[in-house]
Design a protein around this ligand. Structure first.
Ligand code: HEC
Ligand code: HEC
Length: 203
């Protein structure tokens, strides 16, 4: 007994001396575990890209900076459009900043290796995506956004439609939405529908 305590003493002294350094990694929030433990899987899917229902967003591979900002804006009440208030707010209300950061980093880590450029024929939606400036900020096929801007290629169709309309009408003004709002006069509702159709089919 005594012997084993003695043997542990140097280790304990070391742990005390480097307490902060050795404890910090052990306590760091684990995004993957949080995604399950906090119930995110129920609505966004175990793989973060199989949402429970139409109109719920896919999150896998999303920009970490963007995802973190959205969680913070939903928590603080800056983003109130769509289903954010009823559905997402109660969930993020329980999360600390560190947990949200770990979750956002985990979601970004789920991005897939780039596939060969799509050879799909041009559809009206694809042409609109290229000609109505969307590509300038959201990147090729909506998957290479400017830093902090969202990935929208492969997103749920109803979700794309709802968010684009909300940014157009000003129902959503949080984060960097005001960067996008000024070009929304370029697209009619029918054109937004065609673009959402195209983006949702991007692999
Ligand atoms: C009860 C269902 C539900 C649960 C549980 C849930 N979410 Fe959501 N989440 C939603 C819905 C619905 C939206 C879209 C809100 C809207 O309509 O604008 C959303 C939006 C988001 C967004 C913004 C997406 C974007 O593209 O802007 C992020 C990030 C997010 N959720 C992360 C999480 C994380 C992380 C968890 C777990 C801690 C979680 N959600 C739990 C339903 C849910
Ligand atoms: C000048 C840059 C810019 C242009 C052009 C632009 N967007 Fe955006 N878009 C943004 C930014 C920035 C956001 C994120 C706003 C935020 O921080 O909350 C966004 C958000 C979105 C979202 C919501 C994503 C989510 O996960 O909730 C959709 C959908 C979208 N844009 C579609 C489009 C479409 C369709 C077009 C072309 C008609 C377009 N955007 C043109 C900058 C742009």
């Amino acid at each position: 007994m005594l012997k084993s305590v003695k043997r542990q003493l140097p280790v304990m002294a070391l742990a005390a001396a480097f307490g902060v350094m050795t404890l910090a990694p052990a306590l760091a929030a684990d995004g993957k575990a949080l995604f399950t433990d906090k119930g995110c899987v129920a609505c966004h899917g175990e793989d973060a890209k199989t949402p429970l229902q139409e109109g719920f967003p896919k999150l896998a591979g999303q920009s970490a900076e963007y995802a973190l900002n959205q969680m913070m804006d939903i928590k603080s009440g800056k983003r109130t459009n769509g289903q954010t208030v009823e559905v997402m707010k109660p969930i993020v209300a329980e999360l600390t900043d560190d947990e949200m950061k770990a979750l956002a980093d985990y979601l970004f880590s789920l991005r897939e290796a780039p596939t060969a450029a799509s050879t799909a024929p041009a559809t009206p939606g694809k042409t609109l995506f290229l000609t109505k400036t969307c590509v300038a900020c959201h990147g090729k096929e909506g998957k290479k956004p400017l830093p902090g801007y969202p990935v929208i290629g492969g997103q749920d169709k109803a979700y794309i439609l709802a968010q684009t309309k909300d940014i157009k009408t000003g129902a959503r003004t949080n984060g960097k939405a005001l960067a996008m709002q000024p070009v929304m006069h370029l697209v009619s509702d029918d054109e937004i529908t065609a673009i959402a159709e195209y983006l949702s089919t991007v692999k």
